[in-house]
Design a protein around this ligand. Structure first.
Ligand code: GTP
Ligand code: ZN
Length: 187
């Protein structure tokens, strides 16, 4: 609470004026949401897997999973969409769990590259699929609202494992499915 009052005073405002009196408490509640990812683990989220898949062995793709994160350099938001695909090898996971996995890693202090790798590596470790692909398209407020102030800049990151890394045909099937990764962000 005191730390937030200090920050308000740093802006040049008076933390004791009426409009700001409730702010430290609100900021703490907002932080609890922004950084909830530190309080859950990927292992918990991915613990329910299914082996009965009717021998489905083609690509499973989830596109446009929205995320809200905070950059670890400036502690300001970066937001966008994550596209995830994997090719199962006997085991699949409930699709909502992929979105939950994104939440766990997004709701921390992050850089986009690390978030991309964390999602891909964890899925690869737990499902042991033939391959995993993760593409993230993000817009960083530290670049759009301050610093170089480039409003339209998007950062695209990708991590591929297994067949996505080895086989250009598999990779291009995934890329075709997700379309232009930038387009998901303008919704
Ligand atoms: N690679 C990467 N860089 C990021 C990410 N989020 C923010 N950054 C960058 O982190 C860098 C931090 O650079 P510094 O020079 O230490 O910080 P700064 O003086 O505030 O830099 P400017 O933003 O250029 O004003 C900046 O270039 C940001 O654009 C991210 O997810 N990945
Ligand atoms: Zn930043």
């Amino acid at each position: 609470m005191e730390a937030i009052k200090t920050l308000i005073a740093y802006t040049g405002d008076n933390p004791y004026r009426e409009g700001l009196r409730g702010t430290p408490d609100r900021v703490i509640r907002a932080y609890d949401e922004f950084f909830a990812g530190y309080h859950s683990t990927a292992a918990e989220v991915l613990k329910t897997t299914f082996a009965e898949t009717g021998s489905y062995d083609e690509m499973v793709t989830l596109t446009d999973i929205e995320f809200d994160s905070h950059c670890e350099h400036h502690m300001v938001p970066f937001t966008g969409v994550v596209h995830i695909a994997y090719i199962p090898d006997k085991t699949v996971v409930g699709i909502s769990k992929l979105a939950r996995l994104v939440e766990i890693y997004a709701r921390r202090l992050q850089i986009q590259e690390k978030m991309t790798t964390q999602i891909a590596d964890k899925l690869h470790m737990v499902l042991k699929p033939k391959g995993v692909a993760v593409v993230i398209a993000g817009q960083h407020m530290c670049m759009t609202t301050r610093g170089v102030k480039k409003k339209r800049v998007k950062m695209i990151t990708s991590t591929m494992t297994g067949v996505f890394r080895e086989d250009p045909k598999v990779r291009s099937e995934f890329m075709n499915l997700i379309g232009n990764p930038k387009s998901g962000m303008e919704k």
